[in-house]
Design a protein around this ligand. Structure first.
Ligand SMILES: [Zn+2]
Length: 207
């Protein structure tokens, strides 16, 4: 009888120990999928990634997917490596833009870069946002000319709400809320659309 208790105790210890290892391994491994990790680490962090385009069938299917929320640990080196490569992509002369979303380089995660035209005093910096979402839209709309790195050789006028309230996380994991208007608001709406598989073409009346 006594030896049964001892066995049970050892068994319980073993279970506890395996739980601990599992917890450790999930917090130290990245939330990116194996396929995504392959794309991210394919090249040096200073290198741009390939921009996925609607003119390629496989790319266009991927661009229509909804991206996953990012449950990240600010100390995770992979997210820093990836956002750096995503930045290099939007600043690359071959794919120069004012904003980019992770799915545009084949990464199914809610991460975007936006050029802050509204931060004139800070010389309009590019900033990265994790899990950005629009929580409020203004009734006033306006028309702006838009183009997209994933839609080659096209530019069209798109009507969108003028002012938005957004919520997002920064790379340190902190949650922020901000009211954005003007052209920067257009970029935010365009990039956040990408995270839901929406392209600016979907906002055109005749498309
Ligand atoms: Zn776009």
């Amino acid at each position: 009888m006594k030896s049964n208790y001892i066995l049970l105790f050892v068994f319980a210890l073993l279970i506890l120990n395996s739980c601990k290892t599992n917890l450790l391994s999930t917090s130290s491994t990245s939330f990116f999928s194996d396929e995504e990790l392959k794309l991210i680490y394919e090249q040096d962090s200073s290198q741009a990634m390939r921009v996925w385009k609607i003119t390629n069938k496989e790319d266009s299917i991927f661009l229509r997917k909804t991206s996953q929320e990012v449950a990240f640990n600010p100390t995770d080196t992979t997210i820093h490596y990836f956002v750096h490569r995503l930045f290099k992509t939007v600043r690359n002369p071959n794919s120069l833009g004012v904003g980019i979303a992770a799915p545009q380089v084949g990464i199914n995660k809610r991460i975007i870069w936006v050029k802050r035209f509204d931060k004139v005093k800070e010389e309009m910096p590019f900033e990265v946002y994790i899990n950005p979402k629009i929580i409020k839209y203004s009734d006033e709309v306006k028309e702006t000319m838009e183009g997209c790195l994933s839609i080659p050789d096209r530019r069209e006028k798109v009507i969108r709400p003028d002012k938005i309230t957004i919520e997002y996380q920064t790379l340190d994991g902190k949650l922020h809320q901000e009211i954005i208007d003007g052209f920067t608001s257009v970029i935010f709406q365009h990039e956040i659309d990408h995270l839901d598989g929406i392209l600016y073409l979907d906002h055109l009346k005749n498309e």
